[in-house]
Design a protein around this ligand. Sequence first.
Ligand code: GRF
Length: 197
Amino acid sequence: MAKTSMNVAILISGRGSNMVALAKAIAAPDYPARVVGVVSDNADAGGLSLAEELGISAMALPRADYDSKAAHEAAIQKQLEAWDAEIVCLAGYMRLFSAQFIENWPARFINIHPSLLPKFKGLNTHQRVLDAGDPEHGSTVHYVTAGMDEGPVIAQARIEVQAGDTVDTLTDRVLVEEHKLYPMALRKLIDAFLAKQ
Ligand code: GRF
């Protein structure tokens, strides 16, 4: 029988609002996915309790508990496999993965970044947009590759930068767009996988 759904794991480091947006969208009966678990590299991440409130398995795997980056990544990989994850979504996960880990998830590893990539890779994107005087800003969902915020773009959402905008107002407006963009982009990816089988 043809597969109709894919297992999604979400990796976070913080408040987890994009994780919640993904989980809520995926919970709709016609969304072809299931969230199998949430991993945080930060035991204090607010998103861990939000995931539990949604009935999702949530686990902290802090880097400090492991001797090396490789051992930490191996523990994450083991957990993802235990959950039978098929797609991994980074949602505010603040650590870079090795090329070796990324190779475990060909075309199945995606991230959301708060800028219109390739502009403004890295941190403090809202401030950098203001400093540059850019007329527009937004967010990008892209495949994860070894270079930070460098993988091919799956989808973008744009907002206009208005006179008087601050880091806070841009953060809020971009986040509203991200919460729609990420579920839409993930669905695009899953539909393509399911159509190919
Ligand atoms: C989002 O703006 C996302 O684009 C970036 O980190 C932020 C995470 O926010 N990678 P949250 O934890 O999902 O609320």
